[in-house]
Design a protein around this ligand. Structure first.
Ligand SMILES: [Zn+2]
Length: 211
């Protein structure tokens, strides 16, 4: 007897995944799922929320913790984030430059919107940040060639590096970053323009207003 397609692929609500291995997302309360295993330079494995897209390094903490993480990114009424929901994060995975050594929360526009609601704030607009977006996509490509991560952006003072473990690797990375810089940009620029057109840019500027 043939089963219907619906019986073969039961729809499981996200809540059913909640448990000790899947603690709730600080922004929206849905369970977090593993994204990237523990790797050098990070405080712990990285999980992500399938609902709002927030990424969390190590322990998720509370909504207040995640809100505090936004403070250094806030300038007046706007917040600039490296977008965990962008194409660059999807392409880069463990090589995505947003995984800086000190990073704890990896934001998306939707996760910021959920968090801001805890402070009676609303995200009134969300725009692509061209300079930071192109730089992030460029570094995403470069990270595919180097032992360490974020070598070029760190040299430009725009990100925190996760340098390679060995001295010869670090010296190789410096050279590779120079040699590959221009070809990587020739690839990254159109990629990021396409990403931005699809509203999946690598960096976003969000405007925040009080309700
Ligand atoms: Zn969430």
């Amino acid at each position: 007897m043939a089963m219907s397609a619906r019986q073969q692929t039961p729809v499981v609500p996200l809540e059913a995944g909640a448990g000790p291995d899947n603690p709730p997302c600080p922004a929206c309360g849905e369970p977090l799922f593993g994204w990237i295993d523990l790797r050098a330079g990070l405080a712990g494995p990285v999980s992500r929320c399938e609902s709002c897209g927030l990424g969390v390094v190590a322990q998720p903490g509370s909504a207040e913790d995640a809100l505090r993480g936004l403070d250094p990114l806030t300038d007046g009424g706007s917040i600039r984030i490296v977008n965990r929901g962008g194409f660059a994060a999807w392409i880069g995975g463990a090589g995505w430059p947003g995984l800086e050594p000190e990073a704890h929360y990896l934001y998306t526009a939707e996760s910021v919107r959920r968090l801001a609601a805890h402070r009676d704030q609303v995200v009134s607009s969300s725009h692509w940040a061209p300079g930071a977006g192109i730089a992030t996509m460029w570094q995403t490509v470069l990270n595919g060639f180097t032992f360490g991560r974020n070598v070029a952006l760190a040299a430009l003072g725009r990100a925190e590096a996760a340098p390679a473990g060995k001295r010869w690797q670090r010296r190789m990375d410096a050279g590779i970053s120079v040699v590959v810089a221009v070809p990587a940009m020739l690839f990254a620029l159109p990629m990021e323009l396409i990403a931005a057109a699809c509203r999946r840019g690598a960096a976003l500027k969000l405007r925040i207003e009080l309700l």
